[in-house]
Each structure stands twice: as C-alpha cells, then as structure tokens.
Design a protein around this ligand. Structure first.
Ligand code: COA
Length: 278
C-alpha cells in the first residue's frame, strides 16, 4: 500500500493522565522502522522526557503490528545504496533512540499489540517492562532472509532467554506467541489483546504513584549491576542512592515518617503518599 506519510507522521503520541502513549505509526508497513521513523522517534523522546505531565511512557504500535523490525527497503536496501556512510548513519539513528530509551528518565513500558520482529527487539529490551497480547507474534526472522540477528537482537535474546532457547529462537526463524513470550521471559506478562491497554494502564498507575527519583535510580541500577561483581554492585548502589538523594532528599524521609510516625501505610503493602511530601 502506498501511503504518503510525512516524517513527523511516522510516530504518533498522546498524553493522558500522566501517561505518554507513543505509537509506531506506519501500520500500512506493519510499523517497520525506517530512517524517517527512527529520526522522528528520537525527536518525540526528546519532547516527552522532561515534561511535568509525563510520568510513564508506553510504546505501542498502530494497527496489527507492534513493529515488523527494520524496514528492509528503506533501512537496509536504500541506505546501503549510499555506501558505508549511509549504513552507519541509519544505524546511529536507530541504535541512538533505543539507547536513549534504555536510559530514559521516566519508566517505560512496551505494549506489544501484534507482530514484533528482529530489530523490534531493540526497543522491546529498551523498555523497562513489557506486556504483550496473547495474540502477538515474536520472531528473530533475520535468518529467514539471510542475515544474523543484528542491531542488538542477538544480545537481547541472550539477555532475556536461557542459552538453548536463545539459540533455537535465533537459528530456526520460528515465531512464538505472546503467551510463550511471557513464559520465556521476553515480556513480563501476556493478556488477551482486548485487555492489554487496561492492564498496561493499571501498571502505569502503580508506577505513577511511586517516587520518580527512586524509580529512575532503580531502573538504571537493574540494568547496570548485571555486568558487575557483587562488590562493584554494592558500591555502585551506595553511590547511586547518594546521588539520588541530591535530587530528592525528602522522599525517603517522608516515606519513613508516614510508616513509623503517622502509621498511614506499610511499605510492604504499597507506596507512601507522595502528594504529602513537602
Ligand atoms: N520492511 C519493509 N516493509 C515491510 C516490512 C519490513 N520489515 N514488514 C512489512 N512490510 C511491508 C510489506 O512489504 C507490505 O508493503 P506493500 O503493501 O507495499 O506491499 C506491507 O508492509 C504489509 O506487509 P504484508 O507482508 O503484506 O503484511 P502481512 O500482515 O501479510 O504480514 C508480516 C505481516 C510482519 C508477517 C510480514 O510483513 C513480514 O514478514 N515482514 C517482515 C518481518 C521481518 O522479517 N522483519 C525483520 C526485519 S530485521
């Protein structure tokens, strides 16, 4: 189908009640990531990251796909025709926004509504949490068209899956549905497509009630400590909390006060009321 979309139209977003709903918006191309989409996604992430009315970012796809991975024509064939310079530029533009998303200021959730292939594993892993429709389909399809799962996709498989499953998934080019993706650990949970947005909204609301400085420190810590020894991690976590205190030195004191003095909540059962924080 040939739909003429401006670069700006390749990504859609709305902000409602603290949640930024960001969509891959090339449904007629199954939301394949073209250089134009990659550039626009970078701009949208910039626009939303420090807005006061955004507490959580959800990344989803318009139509029947989350993302069919890299655009085989516009990302691979057209940029290769420009030589190494074109290829490297396209890589910078895509890897660049995935990296930004991995370290995003706000908590992020992948809401995988449909097809998720190859290069799509980059942003999938970049999101802190991931929820899929039972009906979604996940695949490392690269082997089916003759390349290795690049753009980080092999790394994502190895980070998230046990060795045998990662190897099978990468070598066989077979898809798994959302339910299997959840059993394997590619996503946190799978629910019927009809319930997906409600479940993601529920999770986002829980995150919105937490201390945002602590959330950013926590999500970074989970990503960072994986490559560290125990002693390095112990030290990193001390420094990271002390750095977080420089942005918000009152949050944890209020959390302790509401539990110990006011007895208005129990940290084991939920979050303190941050609206009472001075
Ligand atoms: N790159 C470029 N174009 C793509 C694309 C991709 N990754 N995925 C889909 N499209 C295009 C198709 O070429 C088609 O374009 P056209 O209407 O101009 O002919 C359009 O999107 C619709 O795709 P179609 O294959 O007809 O949809 P479908 O619903 O029958 O099948 C998929 C959906 C996702 C199974 C199928 O499109 C597919 O296999 N895509 C490639 C997935 C892939 O290997 N991605 C890995 C890249 S690293």
């Amino acid at each position: 189908m040939s739909i003429e979309r401006t670069e700006e139209e390749t990504v859609a977003y709305t902000v409602e009640d603290g949640i930024a709903w960001v969509s891959f918006n090339r449904p007629e191309k199954r939301n394949a990531m073209s250089p134009r989409l990659n550039r626009q996604m970078g701009r949208v992430l910039d626009e939303l990251e420090f807005r006061d009315d955004v507490g959580v970012l959800v990344l989803t796809g318009e139509g029947v796909a989350w993302s069919a991975g890299m655009d085989l024509k516009e990302y691979f064939r057209d940029t290769e025709a420009e030589g190494l310079k074109g290829t490297r530029k396209a890589q910078r533009e895509s890897y660049g926004w995935w990296r930004r998303l991995r370290w995003y200021q706000k908590p992020t959730i992948a809401m995988v509504n449909g097809w998720c292939f190859g290069g799509g594993y980059g942003p999938l892993f970049a999101c802190d949490l991931a929820f899929a429709a039972d009906e979604a389909q996940f695949g490392l399809s690269e082997i089916n068209w003759g390349i290795l799962p690049g753009g980080g996709a092999t790394k994502v498989a190895v980070e998230l899956l046990p060795f045998r499953k990662a190897m099978y998934h990468a070598m066989m080019g077979e898809n798994v549905d959302g339910k299997t993706a959840a059993e394997w650990g590619l996503v946190n949970e799978a629910v019927p497509l009809a319930d997906l947005k409600a479940r993601v909204t529920e999770v986002a609301k829980v995150l919105l009630a937490k201390n945002p400085v602590a959330l950013k420190a926590t999500k970074d810590a989970v990503r960072r400590v994986g490559g560290m020894t125990y002693d390095e991690a112990e030290d990193y976590l001390i420094r990271a909390q002390e750095a977080a205190n420089s942005y918000d030195s009152e949050g944890r004191k209020e959390g302790i006060k509401q539990f110990i003095d006011d007895k208005t909540y129990k940290p084991g059962l939920g979050a303190y009321d941050k609206s009472k924080q001075r």
